[in-house]
Design a protein around this ligand. Structure first.
Ligand SMILES: Cc1ncc(C[n+]2csc(CCOP(=O)(O)OP(=O)(O)O)c2C)c(N)n1
Ligand SMILES: [Mg+2]
Length: 369
């Protein structure tokens, strides 16, 4: 029985791999190995993307390392390409787990011609029409009101889709967050709000920015259930998110899930030295001891189906190949032409943009028009 508003995060497996309660039958060694492989692929993707950044091929990246169980567990509770997702910037692992190809993500990071937004967004602002995955927006919590609107439309149209809206702990202190959650709640709209609580909003710890016990409890004020879950326990995330998504899909209204996790890397590449300025190495090490990937490895070992070192290496090497091939394929499509800046918004360019286009054209042709 999954209950909202628990005082402790809901957990199925301890960090050392010991089950804390009977595991539902569906968690066979095959499924656990699949979840493990997907988490390890995501971790390695982060490492590869940081290398690309250092090579100067892209300019911005926000790692999800440490948060794999939250994003992959959530993805497994959704109907990919059917339900709608209003994500936040750290959700590339959620996107990958739903099925967005690495090639599409990399096209966006590299701003090549194969990018659906054709380089018009800063890196790490991906989207996928095919997967009903709205574009990432960097403005914290700005995705929450549109998610509420999407869910209200789904209810009005009588579809069986739901909307999922993700955000960090910091986002729950924003006005947009409260307005959006209230609108979805009062309209009993099919919206699943998921907080990826990694405990930091850049350099601000969650204890310094909210007086409430946790994030889940904020749901009480809006009359919706709030589930508090161990976000580094992929089984707990899958069970709670599936339960909450089904509840939302059944027409009961909105729900909130808080996944308590930790960002083990920097906030972004613009925050290179977190341990020097705002958090301690001891804190990071403590959370590395609750790593979501190691937890599934320990569980599989206990179940007599260990992941071998060769299997680990195989997953890591396959991810390297996958990223390397996608980079070359994306780069081969070339850089978008500068003229696309003026396309896709106005059918008739306003005068000031016409002037700017003419100015740029003159620059490109060395002054000759
Ligand atoms: C409206 C707004 N205010 C401030 C910022 C600057 N900013 C970028 S990320 C961030 C922290 C967000 O923390 P959280 O929601 O916990 O997500 P996390 O990055 O930890 O995953 C802030 C304050 C912003 N992008 N938008
Ligand atoms: Mg955070």
């Amino acid at each position: 029985m999954i209950e909202p508003f628990t005082t402790q995060p809901i957990r199925y497996v301890d960090p050392d791999g010991t089950p804390t309660q009977a595991l539902p039958e569906k968690y066979t060694p095959e499924l656990l190995r699949d979840l493990h492989a997907q988490m390890l692929r995501a971790r390695e993707f982060d490492r590869k993307l940081i290398t690309l950044l250092r090579q100067g091929r892209s300019t911005f990246y926000a790692q999800a390392s440490g948060m794999e169980a939250t994003q992959i567990g959530l993805a497994r509770s959704l109907r990919a390409g059917h339900d709608w997702v209003w994500p936040y910037y750290r959700d590339h692992v959620l996107g990958m787990a739903l099925g967005i190809p690495v090639f599409e993500l990399l096209s966006q990071y590299l701003g090549t011609n194969s990018d659906t937004s054709r380089g018009r967004q800063m890196p790490h602002h991906f989207a996928s029409k095919r997967f009903n995955f709205a574009s990432v927006s960097s403005s914290i919590a700005s995705q929450v009101p549109p998610a509420a609107g999407t869910a209200i439309a789904q209810k009005y149209l009588g579809t069986d889709e739901i909307t999922v809206c993700t955000f960090g702990d910091g986002a729950t202190s924003e006005g947009d967050w409260h307005a959006g959650v209230n609108m979805a709640a009062v309209n009993k709209a099919p919206c699943l709000f998921v907080c990826e609580n990694n405990q930091w909003a850049i350099s601000m710890h969650s204890r310094d920015q909210m007086a409430s016990e946790n994030v889940a409890i904020k749901a009480r004020a809006y009359g919706i259930p709030g589930f508090y879950v161990d976000g580094n326990d992929i089984i707990a995330v899958m069970e709670v998110c599936t339960h909450a998504a089904e509840w939302v899909r059944a027409g009961h209204g909105a729900a909130l899930v808080e996944c308590l996790t930790y960002r083990v890397g920097s906030h972004s590449n613009a925050d290179a030295d977190a341990e020097k300025f705002y958090r301690t190495r001891d804190e990071v090490n403590e959370w590395l001891g609750r790593d979501p990937i190691a937890r599934v490895e320990a569980l599989l070992e206990r179940l007599g189906h260990p992941v071998t070192p060769e299997e680990r290496t195989g997953i890591i090497e396959a991810t390297h190949r996958e990223v390397d091939e996608a980079v070359l394929k994306a780069e081969a499509t070339g850089e978008p032409d500068w003229r696309i800046m003026f396309e896709d918004v106005y059918s008739d360019l306003p005068d000031h943009l016409r002037e700017q286009e003419a100015f740029l054209r003159a620059e490109q042709t060395g002054g000759a028009q």
